[in-house]
Design a protein around this ligand. Structure first.
Ligand SMILES: [Zn+2]
Length: 180
């Protein structure tokens, strides 16, 4: 046993002769939320761009780490230089690219995967979708172009608009609006 630990135990009159490991364990403080973000499930997440202030909002019932891996694959499949002519042709006919891939391809930007984070958690799937829509509206310069399909009521939109977080981005307003 480390002498320092021994002295602490001694000063607190804690018997060290019997089952010292058990006694020591009582001193260890565990954080309340031990689960790493990658292991978390049923959540809403945000993935930022490295080159501009845009972010992509998403939701998943599965593990966050797994979903981010899928996004990476998705982006790679659209940006890989080894694509065949057939796959390129197929790609050009696809009208709905995922929002992240679309941003990377159209803007030629790089996604900041390391800064992807969980912004909200919700176990109920429907409520999670609403929360996702909320975050899409709330996030300045959101990449999600299908944000409108959620059809949030006008009242809700007013409430959310008022609570929109101020952007620290220096880009012009015209550039910001292009991302919606
Ligand atoms: Zn960007």
């Amino acid at each position: 046993m480390h002498i320092g630990v021994f002295l602490i135990l001694k000063s607190h009159s804690i018997a060290t002769a019997n089952r010292p490991h058990r006694t020591l364990r009582n001193f260890v403080v565990y954080p309340k939320d031990k689960v790493k973000d990658e292991e978390k499930t049923e959540l809403i997440y945000r993935v930022p761009c490295k080159n501009c202030c845009s972010s992509c909002i998403g939701e998943t019932g599965r593990k966050f780490g797994l979903r981010i891996k899928e996004h990476k694959k998705e982006v790679d499949s659209f940006t890989a230089g080894t694509q065949t002519r057939v796959s390129r042709a197929r790609e050009s006919s696809v009208t709905h690219k995922p929002a992240i891939a679309d941003h990377v391809v159209e803007e030629k930007h790089v996604i900041d995967w390391d800064k992807a984070k969980v912004v909200d958690r919700e176990t109920q799937r429907q409520t999670r979708w609403i929360k996702e829509a909320f975050w899409i509206r709330k996030t300045p310069m959101c990449m999600n172009r299908d944000a409108e399909s959620y059809q949030l009521s006008h009242t809700w939109y007013q409430v959310i608009s008022r609570s929109r977080a101020p952007s620290s981005c220096k880009q012009s307003r015209r550039d910001q609006e292009r991302c919606h």
